[in-house]
Design a protein around this ligand. Structure first.
Ligand SMILES: Cc1cc2nc3c(=O)[nH]c(=O)nc-3n(C[C@H](O)[C@H](O)[C@H](O)COP(=O)(O)OP(=O)(O)OC[C@H]3O[C@@H](n4cnc5c(N)ncnc54)[C@H](O)[C@@H]3O)c2cc1C
Length: 287
């Protein structure tokens, strides 16, 4: 059981870990895939670097700094989180982890793929959350768009409810799975009141009652939907302590929108870390 699990090792996640660790908490940072910071060639507008600094170097320095302080850091993909009441279970590619608090510092990713018809049918057969919406598709034919662990996890979740599942990779390599797969490029999603049909670029069409989008790895928006965390557009809503509407869950950095810059990610990470410290001190008194 961890006191704090932080998803993301960018400036927001690492900053949160430094404050939580220095308060003597049991802290784990999990990260996987690209950070926005890593993709930045040169940063000229962050305090303290007179000649600027390479983004990848700053990212690695942050991770090393946290490790030197004793923060546990694991490279692993998080694809599911469950609220267990007053603790949370984090499901990764390798294990299940339990924690008293959770900090979402996953940056922001656009969870909507660039496919004609997707935006039009959101909420009308297109969903981004199997746990939230799976029930509406009981005994129906559905498709899951994606080809990674996250898509397979969503399909597995749905397999207990729906009749048929096809994984659509939209031109990417099909994963090894027991589910039916189709790796053709999707041209358009069609329907009337709700989704009815998917047309591929080669002219093939398949009929579906619903589509679940699970491209790449899960991001802040996906976790928010699964856990019932309030959002505005693609961003998680937080107060000035970085608290979400779910007790014990905090969000920081690009995941919360606003100024998408390192200075804001570092500040919000610090606030989230300190808020988790406060919460844990009360949690340990009450439990
Ligand atoms: C090209 C470019 C140039 C930029 N230039 C500047 C600049 O000059 N100055 C500036 O201030 N800002 C700049 N930015 C913005 C800055 O990089 C971001 O604001 C900052 O990195 C946000 O930090 P973050 O910690 O919120 O997210 P990120 O740095 O994006 O980190 C997200 C973390 O979450 C992890 N993660 C995500 N999903 C999962 C999952 N499912 N499982 C496990 N781990 C996961 C990732 O591995 C990563 O560690 C630039 C961004 C880009 C793309």
């Amino acid at each position: 059981m961890y006191d704090v699990v932080i998803i993301g090792a960018g400036p927001a996640g690492i900053s949160a870990s430094l404050y939580a660790k220095r308060a003597n908490l049991n802290v784990l940072v999990i990260y996987n895939g690209k950070s926005n910071l890593e993709m930045t060639e040169k940063i000229d507008n962050y305090y303290g670097f007179k000649d600027g600094i390479d983004g990848k170097e700053l990212y690695i320095n942050g991770i090393e700094q946290a490790k030197n302080l004793g923060v546990e850091i694991k490279k692993d993909e998080v694809f599911g989180i469950q609220n267990l009441g007053n603790t949370f279970e984090i499901r990764t590619e390798k294990e299940k982890i339990e924690t008293k608090t959770l900090i979402i510092a996953t940056g922001n990713k656009n969870i909507r793929p660039n496919i004609k018809g997707i935006a039009e049918f959101e909420g009308k057969g297109i969903s981004y959350c199997a746990i939230c919406d799976g029930f509406f598709f009981k005994n129906k034919d559905i498709a899951v768009i994606g080809n990674g662990k996250y898509a397979l996890n969503e399909a597995k979740e749905l397999s207990h409810i729906v009749k048929n599942i096809t994984i659509l990779t939209n031109g990417l390599k099909a994963p090894l799975t027991e589910f039916k797969t189709n790796d053709k490029k999707i041209k358009e999603i069609k329907g009337e009141q709700t989704v009815r049909e998917i047309e591929f670029e080669d002219g093939e069409k398949i009929e579906v009652d619903g589509i679940f989008v699970a491209i790449g790895q899960a991001g802040a928006g996906n976790f928010a939907k699964t856990l019932g965390i309030m959002q505005s557009g693609d961003y998680i809503n937080v107060n000035d302590k970085m608290e979400t509407n779910i007790k014990g869950i905090y969000a920081c950095g690009n995941a919360t929108g606003g100024l998408l810059q390192i200075c804001k990610a570092v500040f919000e990470g610090a606030m989230a870390g300190l808020s988790a410290v406060d919460y844990i001190r009360n949690f340990d008194k009450e439990n």
